[in-house]
Design a protein around this ligand. Structure first.
Ligand SMILES: [Zn+2]
Length: 271
């Protein structure tokens, strides 16, 4: 497929590009994607967490945290996207969620003093700030607001994992991909609330995330593209309008509420 080949080439070129230098991240919600952990914790607490941090770069497909390991640090994503997944007793992997800039990772092992409950794997290249576990725990003890944000984050992740499981059962064909694209949009959006989101993932990665075959992903993309809900670009899948994509999703009973209706291609503001 022509389109699949250009995606792979796009990815390869992206990997050979020189590594972007990450400037030390500034505390303050305006510097982070809205609703990310880094944007929600008090500025002083984030400064404490990031004080003297160690920047760790990662490569595509690198396992940055491994399920079952003893963790002695937490991390805040500075650039790039990662996925958290867990293995069941049959050895099947289950996607728990996606992480992007400003997200906290590795906190579970600290809070319940157990081994890592999930593996975190890089989708592309990027970097994170490693925070010593002791400093993280001190902050949890001293700052009620940050503790509350962590509790919120943990419960939001549990809910998202459950919703993903239900969505997979509820949606058929292209809508399985579409529902995941709505989730992915929040991870790839970056700072600001742009409607248009560029999702830099290959079709193989999308297939793995949605847990369907690559052929199914290609078929789904074709259907969604005909309805102007996505478009393909060099090395990425673009959602021109997240609002329209979300609105086109079938309702609870599986009926396509917006049957035949196409997306606005990012031309409307949706107030
Ligand atoms: Zn729209």
């Amino acid at each position: 497929m022509h389109c699949a080949r250009t995606w792979t080439q796009g990815k390869a070129q992206q990997m050979s590009r020189p590594r972007r230098q990450i400037t030390p991240p500034a505390a303050g919600p305006e510097n982070w994607p809205p609703n990310s952990f880094a944007a929600r914790v008090p500025v002083k607490d984030l400064s404490d967490l990031l004080g003297g941090f160690r920047q760790v770069d990662f490569e595509p497909k690198e396992v940055v945290m491994r399920e079952g390991e003893v963790g002695n640090s937490v991390a805040i994503v500075l650039a790039g996207q990662l996925k958290a997944e867990t293995r069941d007793t049959h050895g099947r992997t289950h996607l728990l969620g996606l992480l992007g800039r400003g997200d906290l990772m590795g906190e579970m092992a600290f809070l319940d003093r157990r081994r890592r409950s999930a593996s975190v794997i890089a989708l592309g290249s990027g970097s994170y700030a490693e925070v010593p576990g002791g400093r993280f725990l001190d902050l949890v003890r001293e700052s009620p607001r940050t503790s509350l944000e962590i509790a919120r984050l943990v419960s939001a992740r549990l809910r998202a994992a459950e919703r993903r499981r239900l969505d997979f059962a509820a949606y058929q064909g292209p809508w399985r991909l579409a529902s995941e694209l709505v989730n992915l949009a929040s991870v790839f959006r970056g700072a600001g609330q742009d409607q248009t989101v560029r999702i830099e993932l290959t079709q193989d990665e999308l297939a793995q995330i949605v847990n369907v075959s690559r052929i199914s992903v290609q078929r789904a993309i074709r259907t969604l593209r005909e309805r102007r809900l996505v478009r393909t670009e060099y090395g990425a899948l673009v959602v021109p309008c997240v609002t329209c994509l979300a609105a086109a999703m079938p309702n609870q009973s599986g009926k396509e509420s917006a049957n035949g209706i196409t997306g606005c291609s990012g031309t409307r503001s949706h107030g």
